[in-house]
Design a protein around this ligand. Sequence first.
Ligand SMILES: CC(C)(COP(=O)(O)OP(=O)(O)OC[C@H]1O[C@@H](n2cnc3c(N)ncnc32)[C@H](O)[C@@H]1OP(=O)(O)O)[C@@H](O)C(=O)NCCC(=O)NCCS
Length: 217
Amino acid sequence: MIVDGDAPLDWDPARAGIEGLTRSGRRSLVGVLARAFRDNPMNVRIHGPDPRRRVRANAAGLRSLVLDHSERVIVMGMAYGSRVIGGFVLAPPGARRLPGPSFRRQIECLCLQGPAAMAAWSEVAVGVPDHRPVEDHWYLAVLGVEPTWQGRGVGAALLAEIGRWVSRDPRPICLESDRPASVRFYQRHGFAIRAEGEVRGVPCWCLGRGFPRGTAE
Ligand SMILES: CC(C)(COP(=O)(O)OP(=O)(O)OC[C@H]1O[C@@H](n2cnc3c(N)ncnc32)[C@H](O)[C@@H]1OP(=O)(O)O)[C@@H](O)C(=O)NCCC(=O)NCCS
């Protein structure tokens, strides 16, 4: 039986269960993602040098995406024992761009991020190169692994699960990242850079997989 704590050396994330999360699992995933993205360059640029502040601010920004759109997006996670250790939010083809956060979420963000950071994130949203095709496609809104669990194959296992979803309705998938190590991770898993740019002085990359040859920039 799996228990909480360190995974044994022979623990294989490729064989671990990945499942749709309950409300409480999704709440745990918010924390995991807030920590996973803590040191990403845009977070540091917008929320400053205090890592605890960055985690709090990230969690406020992620709640809307992870908790409020379960009927529109696929939210899945990997658990080790009772702990969520990684997960993703995937928008299927046909899902329109998600509506902005509710009034309540905006108030939470105002308290935990502050108005300047909220304005900065709005600038990021419009500043990232517009790389998403007009045709229906999958969109990986977020994928993250608890920092202490990174580099053990959890991300690869989650990406394999994403691949299984995509294979049910084979269309291109795209995403954005501001972290060079994450870009390399995706490239090793068959993604290509489709566009790159700089927002608020931070480089960012738009990647895709499954696009017809020659459409990647
Ligand atoms: C990007 C991210 C999701 C990758 O997750 P991860 O769990 O670290 O990924 P993996 O462990 O599968 O792969 C990373 C590297 O770890 C190493 N690794 C993989 N399996 C391993 C294992 N069983 N044992 C030891 N090392 C392993 C490998 O070097 C691997 O590189 P490879 O792709 O050449 O095999 C994670 O680093 C993350 O959350 N980053 C911050 C958030 C982010 O930027 N997300 C992406 C934008 S949405």
